[in-house]
Design a protein around this ligand. Structure first.
Ligand code: URP
Ligand code: ZN
Ligand code: ZN
Length: 467
């Protein structure tokens, strides 16, 4: 299927390095030309006047959980509703963290399952992170085919939940993935400390949703971050990616590692920068039950500092949605029964633009770096994605930096029934999203097609490219 050529004129092109007033031509799904004035283009080319607008690489959200079965529930967004929502929020690529398969399953099992979930459903391009449920000789061997044949060049391991890895397994995984030039991503929380605190809270009858946060304070996360950083060092400076960082103490350990030139990168999410743990006192506290939990107000500014000084590399969402009216209610009297996670894939780009760029905390270039360029670099998608270069995929978002919008769930395109950011005021809004040159969203109207998204085989990790 051919996509109509599109010429964008009068806009400000913004990538991670510069802003320029140039024209951009999209042809056959690629950025065909960037120039002061483009004079040659096919007849019938649609011309978009982007005066006053920022024309940027489409967002890359490297942390979603579509269609995930968390044991007590299945998240309510699949690869259609999840990617539709992403597209309407200015995101053109997602990398999903695959859920757990049957105990003992092969490393490739979940990849086959997830390819089926996404095929015919995804409206934008997608990839997956491998998930390491256990480590044995077979898993260590199978990692090679995943990296070299399937293009899965990042793997997640968990230090808590049902398939937590112990230090022995984590060290083996780090060592092997380092050999294979793949990135190890980690959900870092100290499982034993959480289990002890949970047991005590349950014994005391403290099972209301607000105790979810009490059961996993920031030291649980920070300890596991420090441990993984040291294990990665022992594994020969294995590249390590810390997901969903929520607090300043963990950030301090990351900063130390980065200062020591260790191959460590980190991600945070809008909820940890913009919402605090006072929400656990609200009647609808279950909406915010996720792990790690929301933190005290003082932590939010520390994360902003980390973003500004480069200690935090990417902003993703951890979109893992459950309905408030139904699924989240399982936790109303017992937080241990509440499916963990929140929606966010559609609000990430607008929130970060508004809170970051419009409020003057970060430049437009830094916004692109955090939401698209570094995700592409880290996860083996650059220069196909994450930049405005001739020959790159025409994945583009046009932001109106002045548009005032108040977030309401009724305007979003996910399959849940709430947003944690209801009534949040924004300055700046993604007015058009192009995926491989095709307009997939315009002013909140979804225009894409189920199944148009392509599976992305990602390149191996090159530790020197981002050190
Ligand atoms: O609570 C969360 N974050 N749920 C999704 C799974 C994970 O931990 O990333
Ligand atoms: Zn996690
Ligand atoms: Zn997650």
């Amino acid at each position: 299927m051919t996509t109509k050529a599109t010429l964008i004129i009068n806009g400000t092109l913004v990538d991670a390095h510069q802003q320029v007033n140039k024209q951009l031509l999209m042809l056959d799904g690629k950025i065909a030309q960037i120039a002061d004035k483009i004079t040659q283009y096919p007849s019938g080319t649609q011309i978009i006047d982007a005066k006053g607008m920022h024309v940027m690489p489409g967002g890359i959200d490297v942390h979603t959980h579509f269609n995930i079965d968390v044991g007590i529930s299945r998240s309510c967004d699949d690869f259609y509703t999840g990617t539709r929502s992403a597209a309407c929020g200015g995101t053109t690529t997602i990398i999903d963290h695959m859920g757990f398969g049957p105990r003992g399953c092969s490393l490739g099992h979940q990849l086959e399952v997830y390819k089926e979930y996404a095929k015919d459903r995804a409206v934008i391009d997608y990839s997956f992170h491998g998930v390491i449920q256990h480590v044995d000789d077979q898993v260590l061997e199978d990692m090679q085919a995943m990296v070299e044949q399937e293009g899965i060049s990042s793997f997640k391991l968990y230090l808590t939940y049902g398939y937590k890895l112990d230090d022995d397994s984590a060290l083996k995984a780090l060592t092997r993935l380092n050999e294979l030039n793949a990135l190890t991503a980690v959900h870092p929380e100290n499982d034993a400390a959480i289990a002890q605190r949970r047991a005590k809270l349950i014994k005391e009858g403290k099972t209301a949703p607000k105790y979810h946060g009490v059961s996993r304070p920031l030291e649980c996360e920070a300890e596991a971050i420090a441990r993984m950083i040291n294990l990665a060092s022992l594994a020969g400076d294995a590249p390590l990616y810390i997901v969903h960082l929520s607090n300043g103490l963990g950030l301090d350990y990351i900063r130390l590692a980065k200062n020591n030139k260790q191959a460590v990168w980190s991600e945070t999410c809008p909820q940890y920068m913009l919402l605090d743990d006072s929400l656990y006192n609200d009647i609808d506290a279950v909406k915010y039950v996720m792990s790690p939990p929301l933190r005290p107000q003082a932590e939010l500014e520390k994360l902003w500092q980390g973003v500004i000084d480069g200690s935090i590399d990417t902003i993703a969402t951890d979109h893992c949605s459950f309905t408030y009216a139904d699924q989240k209610q399982a936790g109303v009297t017992d937080f241990t029964k509440c499916p963990n996670g929140m929606p966010g894939v559609e609000t990430r780009m607008p929130l970060m633009f508004s809170e970051g760029v419009s409020k003057g905390r970060i430049s437009p270039e830094k916004f692109v770096e955090l939401t698209s360029f570094k995700p592409a670099k880290l996860f083996g998608l650059y220069p196909q994605k994450g930049c405005l270069l001739e020959g790159s995929d025409a994945d583009i978002v046009i932001f109106d930096p002045e548009q005032q919008v108040t977030i309401s769930h009724s305007m979003l395109h996910d399959n849940t029934d709430y947003t944690p950011f209801e009534n949040y005021p924004l300055t700046g809004w993604p007015v058009m999203t192009f995926s491989r040159g095709k307009l997939v969203a315009r002013n909140g109207e979804f225009l894409g097609t189920a199944g148009a998204g392509q599976f992305l085989r990602r390149k191996q990790f090159d530790k020197n490219r981002l050190k």
